[in-house]
Design a protein around this ligand. Structure first.
Ligand SMILES: [Mn+2]
Length: 327
């Protein structure tokens, strides 16, 4: 069924609310990734180009410096500072991973404020007046694009750029298993509308910080490949990490690089996430016939058949190349 049919009621409701709202707050999740940034920036531009409202973007962290060149006119107002009075909005929209930031904004809004969540994560429990959630989308921005089509407003080049930034970010430049033919069709449409794939890729991935590149280096250096099972295992101990925790983006990139290596069927990537917390990310190639979520669930985690994770207590120690123990 077409997206606008599935969400016809929610899209119509949102359209009606946008027409009557004067002050709109858009909320991106903490430590925003390209999809969170792309969602709120695209919505801000779209609303300003097609409706009559003042739009503020709120977040507990500022806009990613690496993405700032793509969005020169955008500023994030910091929630929990005097930059925002949460009680003054008549519409608040949380975009992407709404349980990581919008959940704490919701109870502090005016009781008359209409609330909306737009997300593609499967575990969203948050209630709101309008909920547009569908895990079959590669990114929140891909879902937003369908609302914009339904709404028949103008999608400017800067709106298209923000939407494509979310898709490119969440699909690892169209490499992850969540990249569907529908995703590629949306990407093609956005590129026709003026979004530049090379500009977005270079801002999102090429401008990696030296610390990120060092992390990739250590993860690749530590990797060991079991030729019998086709499984690559790698780990980053607290010594490898030199006191920092990899961001979810960094974890995704490392797992993707390894998953796309020749003859690899699946990847297990472990890292020290806190003094006594180890996190694991599991990936499988779509053609490998391995359901990594079944493995993750046995260890108290969860996720999708091709991308899952779990967490265990302990410390990772390197015994010898390719062999770690948990103490
Ligand atoms: Mn996302």
């Amino acid at each position: 069924m077409h997206v606008s049919n599935v969400f016809h009621r929610q899209f119509t409701h949102l359209q009606g609310v946008l027409h009557v709202s004067h002050k709109i707050l858009l909320v991106a999740h903490m430590r925003p990734d390209p999809d969170a940034v792309g969602s709120v920036v695209a919505l801000k531009h779209y609303i300003e180009d097609n409706y009559h409202a003042e739009v503020t973007i709120g977040c507990s962290h500022p806009l990613l410096p690496s993405l700032a060149p793509l969005f020169p006119d955008i500023r994030f107002s910091i929630v929990d500072s005097d930059q925002i009075d949460l009680t003054t909005y008549d519409l608040a929209i949380g975009c992407d991973s709404v349980n990581r930031g919008f959940d704490v904004v919701l109870p502090r809004l005016d009781s008359q404020c209409v609330t909306v969540v737009i997300d593609h994560h499967h575990d969203i429990q948050i209630s709101a007046d309008i909920r547009i959630i569908d895990p079959s989308f590669a990114s929140t921005t891909e879902l937003l694009y369908h609302f914009f089509l339904f709404d028949h407003g103008t999608i400017s080049p800067r709106t298209a750029t923000a939407l494509l930034t979310g898709i490119i970010g969440d699909t690892g430049i169209f490499q992850y298993a969540n990249t569907s033919p529908r995703t590629l069709e949306v990407a093609a449409a956005l590129s026709r509308l003026g979004a530049s794939i090379p500009d977005i890729v270079s801002a999102s991935f090429t401008n990696q910080k030296v610390e990120t590149l060092n992390l990739w280096g250590s993860a690749l250096e530590n990797a060991s490949f079991d030729t019998k099972t086709g499984i690559v295992t790698t780990a980053l101990t607290s010594e490898d990490l030199a006191g920092r925790t990899p961001t979810s983006e960094e974890v995704k990139h490392i797992a993707t690089i390894l998953t796309n290596s020749p003859n690899v069927k699946a990847v297990l990537f472990l890292f020290q996430a806190g003094p006594s917390t180890i996190k694991a990310s599991l990936r499988a190639r779509p053609d490998a016939g391995i359901d990594v979520s079944a493995i993750a669930r046995k260890i108290g985690g969860g996720g999708h058949p091709l991308a899952s994770g779990f967490e265990v207590a302990g410390r990772l120690n390197l015994l010898r190349q390719g062999v770690w123990e948990v103490t």
